[in-house]
Design a protein around this ligand. Sequence first.
Ligand SMILES: NC(=O)c1ccc[n+]([C@@H]2O[C@H](COP(=O)([O-])OP(=O)(O)OC[C@H]3O[C@@H](n4cnc5c(N)ncnc54)[C@H](OP(=O)(O)O)[C@@H]3O)[C@@H](O)[C@H]2O)c1
Length: 349
Amino acid sequence: MTLPTRPLGQTELRLTELGFGAASLGNLNRRIDDATGRAAIDDAIAAGIRFVDTAPFYGRGLSERRVGDALREADRGVVLSTKVGRLLTPDASATAQEARDGFLSPMPFRVEYDYSRDGILRAFEASLHRLGLDRIDMVFVHDIGRKVLGDAHDRHWAELTTGGGFAALESLRDQGAIAAFGLGVNEVEVCLDAIRVAPVDVLLLANRYTLLEQTPLDELFPLCAQRQVSVVAGAPYNSGILATGTRGGGAPFYDYGPAPDAVVARVRRIEAVADDWQVPLAAAALQFPLAHPCVASVLPGIGDPRRLAQTLDLYRHPIPEGFWQALVAEGLLRSDAPVPTTRDEAVRA
Ligand SMILES: NC(=O)c1ccc[n+]([C@@H]2O[C@H](COP(=O)([O-])OP(=O)(O)OC[C@H]3O[C@@H](n4cnc5c(N)ncnc54)[C@H](OP(=O)(O)O)[C@@H]3O)[C@@H](O)[C@H]2O)c1
């Protein structure tokens, strides 16, 4: 059994509409033990999910080790993506209790950014070894962009372009070592830059095409459509607030930090419409990105079997079409955003 799949760009790959975001398995914000993480992936595959995304950055190798262990057991036709741009080097000063970049108990490695040809090829080899797999299907250039790299972005962008980083990925694809490559980022601007200079197949764009924000409709998605570049809509809950809502007590998360007041206020207004239509906020957040024809898969974070089961329910939860129209009428959703239809529901049932 697999969930419905969609083609990825001009490649032979197909992604299930629902993917498994494995940043969680690097202990992002909460500790997951090996057995729980393993059960989450096993259950996901049993439920028909055939796309898993990991990265060296997620627990500094921990997520890749766990994902590799799960996928190595059997060839279960899972499309696997990981990322390049950060090399891990041993760091004796790291302690097991230390949280770094939001990951709890990460492994004892330090991150070094390197987007050059050599850095990308070394990162790719190191990922194969950590995963313990002979194949990675997709490689994303991780977190290139000004938001993460600040002033260093220009230097790293030069590594990718004139320094041969993109060319290295292209040659891996030409040799058949990977089937697809692109960026894995939180920023729209750098996606536009990449499409214009490199033959990318896919963009993993996290946090930017959600119930809260739809800026890719302006320029990015039309360009993706024109160039046949697919989008993986990562972090559909904006890292938390669109799943937890605002009423759970404590500060909801938005883009990996406490949500700003303006975001909380907007989510409260979305929650009010969701209440009127008896729609779970998280179901709307999970299903919304899939309505756009450029989106090949939606990629939420899943860390344990209970969350997986909830996610599958949210993915299939019926949502009346009037709900989306009500959001548009309230100025809470762009009127040019494609919205899910009952036909989509029938395919998922
Ligand atoms: N630069 C990049 O390439 C990039 C950036 C960001 C994300 N990504 C990819 O996208 C994936 C997903 O991103 P993400 O995990 O950061 O963000 P997300 O899926 O938007 O949000 C995950 C957060 O929402 C919570 N949550 C999920 N379902 C919930 C539910 N039903 N009820 C209550 N809370 C719920 C999770 O809590 P629990 O932890 O308690 O389950 C977690 O705190 C990542 O794993 C990664 O694969 C890539």
